[in-house]
Design a protein around this ligand. Sequence first.
Ligand code: FAD
Length: 307
Amino acid sequence: MLRTFLLAAARSTTCRTLVERTPVTRGLVSRFVAGSTLESALPAVADITRDRLVTLDHLGEDVTDAAQAETTVTAYTRLLKELSDAGLADRAEVSMKLSAVGQFLPGDGEKIALENARRVCQAAEEAGTTVTLDMEDHTTVDSTLSILRELRADFDGVGAVLQAYLHRTEADCRDLRQAGSRVRLCKGAYDEPASVAYRSKADIDRAYVRCMRTLMEGDGYPMIATHDPRMVAIAGKLAETTGRTADSYEYQMLYGIRDAEQTRLAANGNRMRVYVPYGDQWYGYFMRRLAERPANLTFFLRSLVSR
Ligand code: FAD
């Protein structure tokens, strides 16, 4: 119920204005967002890459005009150049939402998103790194996977996210487990109807394990994106039983969440990548993090009351 409310609020402009104008929000946002500009986020990236890998997300989604989409492309090309200049491109890649480069624009939104994503992939190739396509709500999955296929024809390092809570995802994992394919498996962060997605934690966890097994048994490069200790432990066991070496898959977690576990996994010889978001369009991302964990919301509300 609370999760549904928060995820609906994540897409409401009225709530957005209210939350953005609340002075204490900034402090809480900084727990999950590395900085409001690239310059302010880069020290965190340099620090994390000492023992872990990074994927950087220039925050933004659901752009409503082509000019905004163009701004996103410029931000990513600049980011990729900075990573290359700072000598970080071998330890840091980028994550991108197709809705931030025009996927939802009326008419030929999908075509615009493909062309914009192609430009970002080109910049990543020049910088010596890769791009992973984030996955948004279930209505975008076919379009995102179709864009992925087009991009992979020219840039074979492009990866994508699959969400275990969707009923279709086991089949998508089977389709995307060939050699060279990079798949980030997460549970899923949107409020999806029961007609397309598992809704209970137990069902989602079971689906996550099935998808993980499919990817680990395949020939691709699985990216296990979860903070769930049980899923992390099962991933380790699956890697053993499928004979995977430590460099043939990786763990991923979000910036600001389970930091000690991130460093522990890295210290044990695992590839551990941190998803680092930055930018001033943090509202949707922040609300999804609140929705994932009631304790985050309690902390937020307590800060409001104790001002
Ligand atoms: P859960 O069962 O939700 O949580 C397990 C435990 O992790 C919790 O008990 C808690 O200890 C900790 N935890 C989880 N969330 C939080 C939090 N917000 N704050 C503090 N502690 C927390 N979703 C998408 O739909 N599309 C994407 O493209 C996408 N990309 C992602 C990329 C990465 C690298 C990661 C790690 C997640 C991504 N997600 C994405 C979000 C994901 O779908 C889940 O919503 C999120 O990871 C929470 O699920 P969980 O696997 O951590 O397990």
